[in-house]
Design a protein around this ligand. Structure first.
Ligand SMILES: [Zn+2]
Length: 254
């Protein structure tokens, strides 16, 4: 049996921040088991097999039921892998946990939790991201992944709704405005502002549209890949699965 979803407070955030993380978790009742939210005392994620660190990221979803989890060099991740009671570790960088702005913290936790929900509800969409779209954005002349990938847009739109529902619309919208005016990802927040509407955003169907549009070129690029996982990927299979899933495969949260 999987462990209850919980918070590992490694950077010792105060009571208010912890309560905020709990409130964000409360927006995802379907994720009540198997997730460890790691509020880390580290600023970066290190990999075992290479000196490269994943720098500059605010949060990450580390799968614990997939070989990729074993590549991460982190004592908590190693312990979780050994115990085998979690499927995912949501890593949150220290600077996010300790950020003066509560909206930034709520946003990042909500964003990563949405990826966990996407993984649980619509794994075929994340497979298309990881193996077909993400590695070939440049060759397909698509802009940076935060603006191109439906899973990322969906995670941000969800984070926006979660932040609004917990901290109020004024606080959440002010945060987006600030980021769109002056932040490291201004273009992403501007894209989000343009999308903000009551129309639900159907990320699996948007992914399907991307795969269909780029099918021929993607198939060629995948055939040329040296990465065995990418090489074994079949765009046609993913298109069929997404067609079968149909609209609304990923419910809106909250
Ligand atoms: Zn993301």
């Amino acid at each position: 049996m999987l462990a209850r979803t919980g918070i590992h407070n490694r950077t010792r955030v105060g009571r208010n921040r912890r309560a905020l993380a709990e409130a964000v978790l409360g927006c995802y009742p379907g994720l009540s088991r198997g997730i460890c939210v790691l509020l880390d005392s580290e600023e970066e994620l290190r990999l075992k097999k290479s000196p490269w660190k994943r720098t500059g990221i605010l949060g990450a979803l580390i799968p614990l039921d997939h070989p990729a989890g074993g590549d991460i060099n982190h004592p908590v991740v190693s312990r979780l892998l050994e115990a085998g009671k979690h499927t995912v570790c949501l890593w949150i960088a220290r600077r996010v946990c300790r950020h003066r702005c509560a909206a930034e913290f709520a946003w990042v936790v909500a964003h990563e939790l949405r990826h966990a929900q996407q993984r649980q509800t619509c794994p075929v969409m994340l497979g298309a991201d990881r193996l077909a779209l993400r590695p070939h954005l440049r060759q397909l002349s698509l802009p940076r992944l935060e603006i191109t990938l439906p899973s990322e847009l969906d995670a941000d739109l969800t984070a926006w709704r979660v932040t609004r529902s917990i901290l109020g619309q004024a606080v959440a919208d002010a945060y987006v405005r600030e980021q769109a005016e002056d932040g490291p990802a201004m273009d992403c927040y501007r894209a989000l502002q343009a999308m903000d509407s009551d129309e639900p955003y159907d990320a699996p169907q948007e992914t399907l549209a991307l795969l269909r549009h780029h099918r021929r070129r993607l198939t060629c690029l995948i055939r040329e890949s040296c990465d065995l996982d990418v090489f074994g990927y079949r765009v046609g299979d993913a298109i069929r699965k997404l067609e079968d899933a149909g609209p609304g495969a990923l419910p809106q949260t909250p």
